[in-house]
Design a protein around this ligand. Structure first.
Ligand SMILES: NC(=O)c1ccc[n+]([C@@H]2O[C@H](COP(=O)([O-])OP(=O)(O)OC[C@H]3O[C@@H](n4cnc5c(N)ncnc54)[C@H](O)[C@@H]3O)[C@@H](O)[C@H]2O)c1
Length: 323
């Protein structure tokens, strides 16, 4: 079922996933406005769209409520709300980062949407809402939800705010809890970290934790298709979906692939130890993806393929930018 051209707002649209989503929605013929404060996002990720008459970029911080109100077009069909603190580790040193950029920002956005009568929101939550539940598969109705990071806590709180706006003000919501997403334009994450470390010192690599962290990875193209499908097919007032593949990969294996793809030998691995990479890291997370599969979605790339493809692409990017 293809929809006619529509007007979308993407918050965080200059970031990794948001900039790819921008390209994807423009390629489907839609109009896209991006709000981003460029704290992590980069203008170069959206630069190629600046002359497109169906694209608009507004540099804006979602903590500035009045600015959102001034710039939110009341004819927007759906807001894809991606802006947040996306780096779980950063929340440990500075608890305000998650509280402000994930929770307060979501509240400001919802208030402005209510004011402008824009009532459809697609929210990228995260697997962090489930907390540390070991090897159990988490279905969307798993509980109790006890996050172990401020990232997870504020994503869960933002989901709760969205649910209350659905009930009180007749909003419709699509809430997605994705596994790790990888691809070009990554702004952070294990692959980028390993590449950067090895570019600096080609003989040593520091791995946070014991290297046995075991997670599912999705390639960005699979994610964009899933987002669009969920948005097209989700007809409930609240449409809640896990998003993951059924394959997993260990951090140790990611390290080995990066080292081999960079053509390096004799790299000394230094592990910081402990099960998680940092306090608040969830070393094993398994998301049940029955619901999203029922929509007809199947990832083209498993975790191993997604990781390998991303490493190759990021290395090509690094080569091109240093040439
Ligand atoms: N990348 C993943 O593996 C993954 C997995 C699950 C969920 N998510 C979620 O998906 C979303 C996008 O993630 P990403 O990996 O593209 O991260 P990203 O950091 O590349 O993108 C987030 C964007 O939000 C912007 N932003 C942050 N605070 C803002 C504010 N106060 N006002 C305006 N803009 C602000 C940043 O500049 C950045 O461009 C995030 O909500 C993240 O939590 C990501």
């Amino acid at each position: 079922m293809e929809k006619a051209a529509m007007k979308f707002l993407i918050t965080g649209g200059a970031g990794f996933i948001g900039s790819h989503l921008t390209d994807f929605l423009l390629s489907c013929g839609h109009q896209v406005t991006v709000f981003d404060n460029l704290s992590w996002g980069k203008k170069e990720f959206i630069f190629h769209n600046l002359n497109n008459p169906r694209f608009k970029f507004v540099q804006l911080d979602l903590l500035a409520y009045k600015k959102i109100l001034e710039n939110l077009d009341s004819s927007t069909d759906t807001v894809f709300h991606l802006s947040a603190n996306s780096d779980i580790m950063r929340g440990m040193d500075d608890p305000d980062i998650d509280f402000d950029n994930t929770l307060v920002a979501t509240f400001n956005l919802l208030k402005a949407m209510k004011e402008k009568k824009v009532k459809k929101i697609f929210f990228t939550s995260g697997s962090g809402v489930y907390g540390n539940i070991g090897t159990k598969f988490a279905k969307e109705n798993y509980g109790p939800l006890l996050p172990v990071s401020l990232y997870g806590a504020t994503k869960l709180s933002a989901e709760a705010l969205i649910a209350s706006f659905v009930n009180l003000y007749d909003f419709q919501a699509w809430i997605v809890r994705p596994a790790n997403i990888v691809g070009t334009r990554a702004t952070h994450g294990v692959i980028l970290d390993f590449i950067r470390q090895l570019q600096k010192h080609s003989t040593r690599l520091r791995i946070l934790g014991d290297g046995k962290q075991y997670k599912s990875y999705l390639f960005i193209d699979d994610v964009l298709e899933a987002f669009y499908l969920i948005w097209q097919k989700g007809r409930e007032k609240i449409n809640l979906y896990n998003l993951s593949s059924e394959s997993f990969i260990e951090v140790d294996t990611i390290a080995k692939i990066v080292i081999s793809e960079m053509g390096l030998k004799k790299v000394k691995i230094i592990k910081t130890g402990g099960k998680g990479g940092w306090k608040g890291d969830v070393p094993i997370i398994k998301l049940d993806n029955t619901q999203i599969k029922r929509l007809g979605w199947k990832p083209k790339f498993n975790s191993d393929q997604a990781v390998r493809k991303t490493i190759k692409l990021l290395l090509i990017d690094a080569e091109t930018s240093s040439a």
